[in-house]
Design a protein around this ligand. Structure first.
Ligand code: KIV
Length: 271
């Protein structure tokens, strides 16, 4: 199935309708204007200004260091590029865990200063007060369960989550809580495909999987992984559509050669 050109602007209602009629939802990360323009023009349903910007854009080992100001900078660059996609912004670590008031304050800053359309938060029952407060301010919230990278030091590793029954049951309960609170969608990261299928069938709101198999209502990847700009990250769930690290490196090497050999610029490339 190709991009539905009838839809001029993706909203949370459009996403809900997509789940109802069984149309899969495509989501990728974006952190800057130029890339967001390409992805939006290609017909992306959701652009996630992920806190993975901390890894991909800034080179940090985890998502923890990125600040609210930095997320707003990335989000406003993405929003300026977008005509069709729904722009969802991660609330960064430390900007919502304190209490529901700080969660709402951070959300209001994101919405006012970037022009984004929704926020995403990691966690289940433990963040329910904050989710409720943000939703009651009229801001759509996307949940995120399973491997939640902001808790990496609690987990200890980036391996598959919820393989054991107890954790799987908590995940199902959390997903239901987030739905009851009014979240418009939930990201399920790195959990068994059978569990993701069960959650997706139980919920009426869409699930978006990353490393969660083929039965979620949509899929998300980090754009730089899909394009092969990041190089050393090769989990099983990642399909690379390009090897841009090598392509860009080769083009750069050619440019260096051309400059050094005085081939660039030539007569046609000057005023
Ligand atoms: O920050 C991010 O890129 C994410 C996706 C991996 C879902 O949260």
């Amino acid at each position: 199935m190709s991009v539905n050109k009838e839809v001029k602007r993706i909203t949370t209602h459009v996403l809900q309708a997509m789940k109802t009629r069984g149309e899969k939802i495509a989501m990728l990360t974006a952190y800057d204007y130029s890339m967001a323009r390409i992805l939006d023009e290609a017909g992306m349903d959701i652009l996630l200004v992920g806190d993975s910007a901390s890894n991909v854009m800034a080179g940090h080992e985890t998502t923890l260091p990125i600040t609210l100001d930095q997320m707003i900078y990335h989000a406003s660059s993405v929003v300026r590029a977008v005509k069709r996609s729904l722009v969802v912004v991660d609330l960064p670590f430390g900007s919502y865990q304190g209490n529901s008031k700080s969660a709402l304050d951070s959300t209001i800053r994101i919405m006012k200063e970037s022009g984004a359309h929704a926020v995403k938060m990691e966690g289940g029952a433990e963040i329910s007060e904050s989710v409720k407060r943000i939703l009651s301010a009229g801001v759509p919230v996307m949940g995120h369960l399973g491997l939640t990278p902001q808790s990496i030091y609690k987990f200890g590793t980036y391996t598959v989550r919820a393989k054991e029954e107890e954790e799987a049951e908590k995940l199902i309960a959390d997903a239901q809580i987030l739905q009851e609170l009014g979240c418009f969608a939930i990201v399920l990261e790195k959990i068994p495909a059978t569990l993701a299928k069960a959650v997706s069938e139980k919920l009426w709101i869409p699930t978006i999987g990353i490393g969660a198999g083929q039965h979620t209502d949509g899929q998300v990847l980090v754009t730089h992984d899909l394009l092969g700009i990041t190089k050393d990250f090769q989990p099983r769930f990642l399909r690379r559509y390009l090897e841009l690290f090598e392509t860009i490196k080769e083009a750069t090497e050619q440019y260096i050669k051309d400059v050094k050999s005085r081939d660039f610029p030539n007569k046609k490339e000057q005023y």
